[in-house]
Design a protein around this ligand. Structure first.
Ligand code: UD1
Length: 488
């Protein structure tokens, strides 16, 4: 059966750029590196809960030389999706280059509850989903609150049982993280949804090929499309799809399983559904997010860090910005060992805009911007992927950083957040001498940024909530020791 008509989703209409002063502040005007005079958005003081309520606390002593080597394993944004792919077949599936991060434990639990088996051996996991039962409401509520991954099993559950349950998803606290694109994708394949309080039930007899256009190239919605289309009846097409390296790694896994998928120019993915999929063996790509975080630590502190286990190609946009900011790197012949260091005494300021791949990744933004507090001049940052990924700058200000956040689009792209008054642009004035402070980690990447700032600061910083870093940085504390960041 051929694809049905494309399912339109409301287009995003950007608003003309205008800089409007926030009514709640009386702070000096700032001239940005993009040549406009802007008024800053109000930033209030940070509230820190009493230390006794926060057991996972780390003391970091800053100002020490940073030097050492770390090994990065399978990507946090690729590995759990390959585990979800394994649920599309009854045959055993073997993944290597596994890292010990929270999302893996969440997917392990989900697979066990659904009736499959998961066996971990060193850096390998073998998954056999000989059975798959749809999750009960309370399991869905608990697992979805712990991670963004369980929502990706919705299409799998629809294929294998004819129904699925979705809850308001959890993950990092970086904006509302809606699932409307996911639901629209599944509706296009024929799923019907019933809403009751915090739960959405979905039902389908048989998913059928669909043509869909995403309003934004969402990584998760593209993955949901892939999981739905590979076993749907007939052909499917997704336009405005995400094409992040982690998506291409998932496509490689699905192709090994027997799926027929082509990635066409202009962000279009075409899939011809097959009746069944088989097992696979796959080594997951290295984590480009983690590599960039450690590279940013070297940049901010003027140290040297060697990162093993991530391919240069996965980082090319980051590496260009790294060099522009005054960092440099050496890469070995295989392209998977990179040594990062600061090449100039003073870093250079930049205008930086995050974007979908191949743009500058949003997860690289907070560690890299933390390093820009040490640049000699005014840097301008425009976050276009998440509306609320600059909250960490409040905490950096408490260490002495000069950062102001704005609701306007301070970059060449008029993104969807300008019109909605989200605090999504920042002006960073450097270089600033940072001093120790007490901080609370709100999300994964912000947490690493606090550690960078604390390591670059004079004196000691007390960081609460460091357990959140285990979500994306396996063996975080031992890696910190390996590069010489003094902590306890
Ligand atoms: C994934 C990554 C995350 C990364 C992000 C963008 C994982 C586990 N996480 O998150 O680290 O920062 O891609 O590269 O892989 N949106 C909607 N409705 C939806 C879905 C998304 O409005 O139904 C919006 C989001 O609010 C956000 C944007 O689309 O503003 C991009 O989100 P998306 O690409 O889906 O991110 P995730 O897949 O959740």
């Amino acid at each position: 059966m051929g694809p049905s008509n494309p399912t339109p989703v409301a287009p995003l209409s950007p608003r003309p750029l205008s800089f409007v002063a926030s009514p709640c502040v009386a702070v000096p005007q700032v001239t940005s590196a993009v040549g406009s005079t802007v008024a800053p958005y109000h930033q209030g003081p940070m509230t820190i809960p009493p230390t006794s309520e926060l057991p996972d606390t780390m003391l970091v002593r800053g100002g020490q030389p940073v030097d050492g080597e770390i090994h990065v394993r399978g990507s946090k944004n690729a590995l759990p999706k390959a585990m979800v792919a394994a649920l599309l077949t009854v045959e055993p599936c073997r993944l290597t280059n596994i890292s010990a991060i929270t999302d893996i434990a969440v997917v392990d639990e989900l697979i066990s509850i659904a009736g499959g088996t998961v066996v971990h051996e060193n850096d390998t996991v073998i998954i056999t989903a000989h059975e798959f039962r749809a999750l009960a409401d309370d399991d869905v509520m608990r697992l979805h609150a712990a991670s963004r991954i369980p929502v990706l099993t919705t299409a799998v559950s629809l294929h294998r049982t004819g129904h699925a349950v979705v809850a308001a998803p959890g993950g990092c606290s970086i904006g509302p993280r809606p699932v409307d694109f996911h639901l629209n994708v599944l509706r296009a394949f024929g799923a019907r949804d019933i809403h009751r309080e915090d739960i959405i039930e979905l039902h389908v007899d048989r998913m059928r090929g669909a043509r869909i256009e995403l309003p934004f190239p969402s990584v998760g919605a593209t993955e949901q499309f892939l999981f739905a289309s590979v076993l749907a009846e007939g052909d499917s097409e997704l336009s405005n799809a995400a094409i992040e390296p982690e998506i291409l790694d998932l496509i490689a896994v699905l192709q090994k399983m027997g799926a027929i998928i082509s990635v066409e120019p202009n962000r279009t993915i075409r899939v011809t559904g097959v009746s069944e999929l088989g097992g696979f063996e796959h080594r997951v790509i290295g984590d480009r997010l983690e590599a960039a975080s450690w590279a940013s630590l070297a940049l901010a502190t003027g140290g040297t860090i060697t990162v093993h286990g991530v391919q240069q190609q996965l980082l090319s946009t980051f590496l260009n910005m790294y060099r522009r900011a005054g960092g440099d790197f050496k890469i070995d012949a295989d392209g998977d060992t990179l040594t990062f260091h600061r090449a100039r005494r003073m870093l250079r300021p930049l205008a930086l805009e995050t974007d979908v791949h191949p743009g500058f990744m949003t997860d690289w933004q907070s560690p890299f911007v933390t390093a820009l507090t040490q640049a000699d001049g005014v840097s301008v940052v425009h976050e276009t992927v998440y509306e609320d990924r600059l909250g960490y700058t409040d905490a950096l200000r408490s260490l002495g950083a000069q950062i102001q956040v704005f609701t306007e689009c301070l970059g060449p792209t008029r993104c969807r957040f300008g019109a909605a008054n989200h605090r999504h642009s920042a002006v960073v004035v450097g270089p600033t001498k940072l001093h120790g402070a007490e901080l609370v980690v709100p999300d994964l990447r912000a947490g690493f940024s606090y550690v960078i700032a604390a390591a670059a600061a004079d004196g000691e910083s007390l960081i609460h909530g460091v357990d959140l870093l285990d979500r994306g940085y396996a063996d975080f504390r031992s890696k910190l020791s390996a590069v010489g960041v003094e902590h306890r």
